[in-house]
Design a protein around this ligand. Sequence first.
Ligand SMILES: Nc1ncnc2c1ncn2[C@@H]1O[C@H](COP(=O)(O)OP(=O)(O)OP(=O)(O)O)[C@@H](O)[C@H]1O
Ligand SMILES: [Mg+2]
Length: 450
Amino acid sequence: MRSDVRILVIDDEEDHARAMAECLEKVGYQCIAATEGKEGLRVIKRGGIDVVVTDLVMKDVDGMEVLEAVRERLPDAQVIFITGHGTVEAAVAAMQKGATTFIQKPINIHQLRVEVDEAVRKQVLMRSNPQRVTQVEEGCGSQGIIGNSTKMQRIFSITRQIAPTSATALIIGESGTGKELIARAIHYNSPRKAQPFVVINSAAIPEGLLESELFGHERGAFTGAFSQRKGKFEHAHRGTLFLDEIGDMPLSTQAKLLRVIEDGKVVRVGSNEPFSVDVRIIAATNQDLEALIREGRFREDLYFRLNVVCLKLPPLRERQEDKSLLIDAFVKEYSRVYGKKITSITPEARRRLLNYSWPGNVRELKNCIESMVVLTSDSTIGVEDIPGHIALEEGQEEKGALVGMSIAEMEKELIKNTLAAVGGNRGASAKILGIGERTLYRKLDQYGLK
Ligand SMILES: Nc1ncnc2c1ncn2[C@@H]1O[C@H](COP(=O)(O)OP(=O)(O)OP(=O)(O)O)[C@@H](O)[C@H]1O
Ligand SMILES: [Mg+2]
């Protein structure tokens, strides 16, 4: 497959051009190395190139000129820029003009290969999809998605790339990382935006009802089916169907879903009449689907069908630079919602919020800010407004001090401190501890904390 792909590498540093071409050839691509910008432009004019990897700053030709030539001569080709220090802004500008991505020097061979593989995948996608629109006007910003970290910028870039197509997408990420938000961004930046965005959550619907929810049913199809009912697929016709918590879908339903995806036809429960639907599918999960496949709980063929484009949302703890942005945005939002005039956060309060690990990701941060805005009595948010368990995480440096304690002792301490932090509220404590309330009661009893 790779041997059908032709890659042009342009870099006026001859050694770099050759090294990159060689490393791509080693994994099977056909490569042409151009050691001058002008030479690169000539190759582009001749055509037949799938991916162009080019230096952004060269002596004779500007990388942007290369991009323009590609857009003119090779509309489907993908362009990857190589950038040096201090040229990231130029690279971002290039991305806005339609470059696929950029790689920063010094070049890491593994990264180069990964980016080229990804570009090839996108190119195949673009080609196979006649519905594509060349550029999405609105960015993700219009959906209120915040993120300045490189990881999130990459997500936005992929979102923009795939939005205009009808490609199926799989969004993976821990709870609260913004999976649904991204799914909506894809839909509302697509030509389907005037049609419905329909959500179905496999984890929230009892197994017996899921199929009728998805595909609809005929009158009398089962006990309780008093009238004919449309399924989510029909509701999403010409729009987008968001299959949330796909990892929780029962195997039998997975098999039926696969059929629908493969032939674009739905059969209502209790009927034999298939009819066509035009639905774009976006699936999401916080589970490790590959592990589920190994355990026989998820169909591998369905996984491949869904995983055409995969977006992996990073947990909030891996994007420190986004935390502050999110904090400020949520403070502003909730101040408006609750009609409060909050003008600042004290540096100490901000430090604590930034230090906390946010296991519940953006959702947890958002909820926390909401409650602080509601509860604060003046125009400044201070440490005293931060929920106890979040301020508590400060004790991290003292972890060494725990050595010498048994697990039971630690558990007892943890429960005691958590209860104290939330003013003895058992429901809240159980939630923070990640256990059921009943389990908490049992442990309170066990440790004599009642
Ligand atoms: N990057 C972001 N910018 C602004 N708001 C965000 C961002 N990411 C998430 N949120 C907000 O956080 C909340 C949780 O996001 P969302 O529902 O999309 O998460 P999720 O990944 O689907 O979570 P779950 O797996 O629990 O369903 C929402 O209120 C969403 O608006
Ligand atoms: Mg969700």
